[in-house]
Design a protein around this ligand. Structure first.
Ligand code: SF4
Length: 244
């Protein structure tokens, strides 16, 4: 029964007369023992989740997912949220990865300028209200960018934080299918993959940054902390809002 739903989707990827929750359950069942490569082939080449985009921050470990995706479909749409608050090192790392991996469809999505002018004219909203800043610079732009897609691929992993310990391969966000091909990889797997494929490291990793977002809200971590402990350090906030 489950396989039938996935099979139908494979044959008619852009037909949307299906229940998203049923499809997520079927995909979860069919790909329960899959590798990241299997999942990316299924969603990018066979389109078992319909039209999907990959969302990347070009952060500390982004090269792994981008490299895997490039093996299947180098022209897959890749969304980069250009918040205007990225480290210069992230932007140079992004340019390097685009060139080295041969990515041909990276799209920079920017916040609405009118909303920024009205709510963050000095560019310091992150100091006063980080949730509002993330809403303007990340959540709303991503919502618009994903409006034409059925699903999106993330680079999240279970080991990154206690909140992600049960992260599945497929999720129903209520509007999209979220696909997490790397969910079960360990930090060791990520490091080994990068070494095996000679992938460039984000320049800030050697300074202790394990998870890298906007510069005002990203700090280095110590060896005994979660990878994401440096994000919004000192605040209760742990996610920007695009994964809530
Ligand atoms: S991570 Fe910080 S600077 Fe970036 S959008 Fe969120 S609050 Fe603003």
């Amino acid at each position: 029964m489950s396989a039938t739903v996935v099979q139908l989707k494979r044959q008619h990827p852009y037909q949307d007369d299906y229940d998203r929750a049923d499809l997520v359950a079927a995909l979860t069942d069919e790909y329960s023992q899959a590798t990241p490569q299997d999942i990316l082939r299924a969603v990018l080449a066979e389109k078992v989740a319909g039209g999907v985009a990959l969302v990347s921050s070009f952060g500390a470990e982004s090269s792994v997912l981008l490299h895997l995706a490039a093996q299947v479909k180098p022209d897959a749409p890749i969304i980069f949220l250009e918040t205007g608050k990225h480290f210069a090192e992230t932007l140079s790392h992004k340019r390097k990865l685009i060139t080295e991996l041969g990515l041909t469809n990276v799209q920079e999505i920017k916040p609405d300028q009118a909303a920024l002018g009205q709510n963050d004219p000095q560019g310091d909203l992150w100091r006063r209200d980080a949730d509002a800043c993330c809403a303007i610079r990340k959540v709303r732009p991503l919502k618009g960018a994903l409006s034409g897609y059925d699903g999106w691929i993330t680079g999240r992993k279970q080991f990154q934080s206690s909140a992600r310990l049960r992260l599945p391969f497929f999720e129903d966000s209520g509007t999209h299918i979220k696909i997490n091909p790397l969910a079960r990889l360990s930090q060791q797997d990520i490091t080994a993959y990068m070494e095996q494929h000679n992938l460039p490291q984000h320049p800030l990793v050697e300074q202790g940054f394990a998870s890298i977002g906007c510069w005002p809200c990203t700090h280095p971590v110590t060896a005994d902390e979660d990878a994401r402990a440096g994000r919004w350090r000192g605040q209760a906030k742990t996610e920007c809002g695009i994964h809530l």
